[in-house]
Design a protein around this ligand. Structure first.
Ligand code: BG6
Length: 491
């Protein structure tokens, strides 16, 4: 579906954005290279970017041209379409670079020059793609550079490593930027499919009546990854799967799945409902958690030889409210696993089966499921029992599947998660961002686990994790992955 034409994502419904100066801290880092710089170009091609300039900054000794070459290389590697040279040149002309060693005075001067050149009133969007320890320094630099007025900031996780550090970080940031101008990014919420959970739940009469403990047996949020932590072991060693994935992405997705209908589809109302889910979450009990570490992890550079950092985690948690009481949520994620997937799977309660003859196969293949695939283009499936054609009553599991790829006219409209979120931050829309209150609450319910982490089981690289403890955790239910059937249609 790739073409040379700019995408026609922009529609007349898109409100005009103020001109922006985007200050990208960590501009030569991995996230900038893979996602942010290509994302800015893609938004531009899609007609969603206002008049803008990008000030890249980091500790690399680059000049403007080297930064532009870096951006070009990142587009060539990670951009999603070929781009005509003249179009690239127009984009590249909007990029400038300053070494972070120049500090607040240098940044302030460059920002003034850029704004003067643009010749219009601008807003600033400061993107902090920096390690957590550097976040407060950057905020101080922004204050000293007088880049706070008409400015918003996007922050990357981890937002602290526990409740105490999260509070300190939030307080330091809020001293300079009020919370309504802070956008804490969780890119899982920017994925089309995550938002589609809201559409599916609240725009249809079909699912909401059964979205509760009367009809749902349990829910799985499962994000195995085939990636190892090679190349980022130094970061990962001090983080582990719980902090890297669960307390951020998986629990944010859980909130979308479990929240009550908001009073309006707008940021404050949605944020409030998400936070209510976090407030109802029961503290995570160490006995409900299985931690694992893939064989070979200890050999990575930067890893302690006796490291107890988990590269795999599976856990059970519960939401103590009227909708969900008694419905377990099983979360699982890990590195170096057999397959990469990101699914939410809702398992429905089984009906009485008394009328079906012995041997008919009813219930034999697990409960009915509604499954969301959080891949960049939405996929969903509903699996249920149906009759196998022929004599007698033999039941088989069948599925209805939907893939956004089947809806040709929408395929090119898909924005990458980061693109969507950068756009929303420029709009000042908090809907898909994590709140400081929510984050603090999640650290609070994590404290027992952080204080008393259970033992770490080894698992073979390329497997599904430490099999016995992980299966015992979910028994008598079973993990939905690996799927018994492949998704149909294009990948
Ligand atoms: C990041 C984690 O936030 O999300 C990584 O730090 C993880 O460890 C990544 O691999 C997964 O995101 P995605 O969008 O590639 O599934």
């Amino acid at each position: 579906m790739h073409s040379n034409e700019p995408l026609d994502v922009a529609t007349s419904a898109v409100p005009a954005l103020d001109p922006h100066v985007i200050v990208l801290f960590g501009a030569t880092g991995d996230l900038a290279r893979r996602k942010l710089l290509p994302g800015l170009m893609h938004l531009t091609r899609a007609g969603l970017m206002p008049d803008m300039r990008v000030i890249g900054t980091s500790f690399d000794d680059f000049d403007d041209d080297q930064f532009r070459a870096f951006a070009r290389a990142s587009w060539d590697e990670f951009g999603r379409q070929p781009v005509p040279e003249d179009e690239w040149d127009r984009f590249a002309a909007r990029l400038v670079y300053i070494n972070a060693r120049e500090g607040a005075p240098g940044l302030s001067q460059l920002a003034r020059d850029v704004v003067e050149q643009m010749g219009v009133p601008v807003r600033f969007l400061h993107y902090l793609s920096v390690p957590p320890a550097a976040a407060t320094t950057v905020v101080t630099t922004l204050r000293d550079a007088a880049l706070v007025d008409r400015a918003r900031i996007i922050m990357e996780k981890p937002f602290g490593v526990d409740l105490a550090t999260a509070r300190v970080l939030n307080a330091a940031v809020n001293e300079v930027f009020p919370d309504e101008r802070v956008f804490r990014i969780d890119h899982f919420l920017g994925k089309e499919a995550a938002q589609n959970i809201l559409a599916l739940r609240f725009a249809n009469g079909l699912f909401e009546p059964i979205w509760n403990r009367q009809h749902i047996d349990h829910i799985q949020i499962d994000v195995p990854e085939t990636l190892s932590v090679e190349g980022r072991a130094g970061f990962y060693e001090g983080t582990g799967a719980y902090r890297d994935m669960v307390v951020t992405h998986l629990l944010q997705v859980l909130a979308f799945t479990a929240m009550e209908p908001p009073t309006a589809l707008e940021p404050a109302a949605i944020g409030e409902e998400k936070d209510k889910v976090f407030r109802s979450l029961q503290p995570i009990q160490p006995r409900d958690v299985v931690r694992g570490q893939y064989d070979g992890y200890l050999r990575h550079e930067g890893v302690d030889r006796n490291s107890q950092t988990e590269t795999f985690i599976a856990l059970r948690c519960e939401i103590d409210n009227w909708r969900w009481s008694g419905v377990p949520f099983f979360l699982r994620t890990g590195k170096n696993m057999a397959e990469g997937a990101r699914i939410i799977s809702i398992a429905f309660k089984e009906p009485p089966r008394s009328m079906f003859p012995v041997g008919s196969g009813v219930g034999q293949f697990g409960p009915d499921h509604l499954t969301f695939d959080l891949a960049d283009a939405t996929r969903m499936s509903l699996s249920f029992y149906g009759k196998r054609p022929g004599t007698g009553m033999r039941l088989v599991k069948q599925s209805l599947q939907f893939s956004l790829h089947e809806v040709e006219e929408h395929v090119d409209d898909v924005l990458e998660a980061y693109e969507r979120l950068i756009y929303d931050a420029m709009m000042g829309d908090h809907t898909l961002f994590a709140s400081s209150k929510g984050i603090e609450k999640l650290w609070e319910i994590s404290q027992q686990l952080l204080d008393h982490p259970p033992e770490v089981y080894p698992y073979p690289a390329g497997s599904w994790g430490p099999r016995t403890p992980m299966n015992e955790l979910i028994a008598p239910r079973t993990w939905r992955l690996p799927f018994e059937r492949k998704w149909r249609g294009p990948k």
